[in-house]
Design a protein around this ligand. Structure first.
Ligand code: 13P
Length: 259
């Protein structure tokens, strides 16, 4: 399985010119790594049409979608509209959506189904609840996982990419600190156990499960060295192409090392 590194640019950068430069700084270097690593880059919606013209090695993802295909939903973007822009992935259930926009588990579940209906791959974040402490993450992840897959056909569950992204590790949150590699490995393994019960051991072993939260060039090895962590969801460090490419390189190196 290729390592997967997903860049979440959040509401950055400020101009389309900066977005193009940043994108090309990654795209132009990806041919060295795309044998063993896949990058999915999730910019703000408005940059997607432009960036889709330049993407060859990089796949494009959205940061959100609306579960309905069309209708009177001011300010929203549907999965049907995104599919036309060569968008293959969408981040769902992110902590910031849950906290600042009040997204509930059942809304996340609806969005997952909408994405899958259009053959878009949901990248589903687990761990985003400000009330959860480090000691209760396993319980929270289990609850959010069960809500995310509730009633979904197992074939569809098998297409979801899960990310363990504990809210307290996201660099922009107050007093943020990255998880330890051991903790991230334990929780990603826990997610794989949950998946095994639905899709079976063989399929679950081939599903990428990522870690997110303050991953950058300085600490990436702490996560990439664990075989149960198949990649990363990267926020702040993805806004600097050198920093981000070091994260990609490190996962690529581990992948070569282990095959
Ligand atoms: P940071 O990498 O800045 O901690 O952001 C993580 C994140 O929220 C990615 O979705």
């Amino acid at each position: 399985m290729k390592k997967l590194i997903v860049a979440n640019w959040k509401m950055n950068p400020k101009t389309s010119d900066e977005a193009r430069k940043l994108f090309l700084g990654i795209e132009h270097r990806m041919h060295f790594f795309n044998d063993k690593a896949q990058v999915v880059l999730c910019p703000p919606f408005i940059y997607l049409p432009q960036l889709s013209l330049y993407s060859h090695h990089i796949r494009l993802g959205a940061q959100n979608l609306h579960a309905k295909d069309s209708g009177a939903f001011t300010g929203e973007v549907s999965v049907a509209q995104l599919s036309g822009l060569r968008v293959t992935h969408v981040i769902l259930g992110h902590s910031e959506r849950r906290i600042y926009f009040g997204e509930t588990d059942s809304q996340v579940r609806e969005k997952i189904e909408a994405a899958l209906r259009h053959k878009m791959i949901p990248v589903v974040c687990l761990g985003g609840d400000p009330k959860a402490s480090k000691g209760t993450m396993k319980r929270l992840v289990t609850k959010q996982f069960k809500a995310a897959v509730n009633g979904l056909d197992k074939k569809l569950v098998g297409k979801i990419i899960f990310v363990y992204e504990p809210i307290w590790a996201i660099s922009t949150f107050k007093n943020a600190e990255p998880a330890t590699g051991e903790h991230a490995a334990e929780l990603t393994l826990h997610i794989r156990d949950l998946l095994e019960k639905i899709v079976g051991t063989v399929h679950a072993a081939n599903m990428p499960i990522l870690y997110g939260g303050s991953v950058n060039k300085a600490n990436v090895h702490e996560f990439s060295k664990f075989p149960t962590i198949d990649g990363a969801l990267v926020g702040a460090a993805s806004l600097d192409s050198d920093n981000f490419m070091t994260v990609v390189k490190e996962f690529h190196r581990e992948s070569i090392h282990k095959t």
